[in-house]
Design a protein around this ligand. Structure first.
Ligand SMILES: [Zn+2]
Length: 317
């Protein structure tokens, strides 16, 4: 019987290598049909996974990935790494400014079409910088991290581009009405910065570091910022002509853009912590020595898995 990859974390969660590779293969087919230069890289993404194994635990120590923004394999790995790095930045920010407050701000606007998406994303970017140049929005701001997310609206065939921002504010933000900005006021500031002729929907809420329940915690807001820019289920439905249009539009709109941008102390801390490049697979934490682990005395051996496109599984080499 063929040995199939089963990578289960210490918390008992199985890693979705197989699901991701199946989606990655579909994405690879699309970029091939669209004649993108990178298509060969995408097709080969994550074909071979080399793990270090000690007992039941596997740790990836070498693999080759395509790093394409829309690749389901790569954006899963990137989101995990981004989320981890963001948690380090947040912890350090609170260490340096214990009275600092986090807000989670969502900025929206009307949907774009396939032909306007790229320009609207660029305009949104410029408007974001204007938003924090106003006296009231800037005076309590310590730093921010922002991500842009896009969802596809099937019914209207439009794209909903919006920004998630984690704001780190001085505690004086809540002092009085000269400092505190109500949701309706945030909407006015966004309208002005974004130069809109309508009231945009803006949502703002305070997030706390130690709240366990769902959507109000800092950790879940950080995950929201660090997650994928576009859900792969929005462009990989299996309906080919429809998917090709959406993939083409997104590839064009996201080309040469960054998913995350940092400002203020969060930007400084990110540099201080010397966090490695998100697309670097050779970071020191990935360096694992085979042989006997001196800390545990356990034997660490190499186990390699190769993707089999016929059986749709990772099989032991
Ligand atoms: Zn990839």
């Amino acid at each position: 019987m063929t040995d199939i990859l089963k990578d289960v974390t210490v918390y008992g969660k199985e890693q979705p290598w197989r699901e991701r590779k199946i989606a990655c293969a579909m994405y690879g087919e699309y970029v091939t049909k669209l004649n993108y230069k990178k298509s060969a890289r995408v097709v080969e993404c994550g074909e071979v996974l080399r793990f270090a194994s000690s007992g039941s635990e596997l740790r990836l120590f070498q693999a080759w990935f395509c790093h394409s923004r829309l690749c389901p394999m790569c954006n899963w790995r990137r989101a995990r790494k981004q989320s981890y790095q963001l948690s380090l930045i947040i912890n350090e920010a609170l260490e340096q400014n214990p009275s600092g407050i986090f807000l989670f701000l969502t900025l929206t606007e009307k949907n774009a079409t396939a032909s306007t998406l790229k320009t609207e994303l660029q305009n949104m970017n410029a408007s974001f910088y204007r938003l924090f140049q106003y006296q009231k929005t800037s005076k309590n701001l310590l730093g921010y991290v922002r991500s842009t997310e896009i969802t596809f609206n099937e019914k209207n065939q439009t794209y909903h581009q919006h920004a998630h921002v984690l704001l780190f504010m001085k505690s004086t933000y809540f002092r009085d009405s000269q400092n505190y900005i109500k949701q309706a006021e945030w909407s006015k500031f966004w309208k002005r910065a974004r130069k809109l002729n309508y009231e945009p929907i803006v949502n703002v809420k305070r997030v706390r570091p130690n709240v366990r329940r769902g959507d109000t915690s800092l950790a879940s807001s950080a995950r929201e910022v660090a997650k994928y820019q576009v859900k792969s289920t929005d462009y990989l439905t299996g309906s080919e002509s429809r998917d090709l249009k959406v993939v083409g539009t997104l590839e064009n709109a996201l080309n040469h853009t960054r998913q995350l941008s940092f400002g203020g102390v969060l930007k400084d801390i990110r540099q201080q912590l010397k966090l490695d490049d998100l697309d670097n697979d050779d970071s020191p934490q990935n360096l694992i020595k085979l042989g006997i682990n001196p800390a545990t005395g356990q034997k660490v051996t190499e186990v390699d898995y190769v993707w089999n496109p016929v059986s749709n599984n990772y099989e032991k080499w």
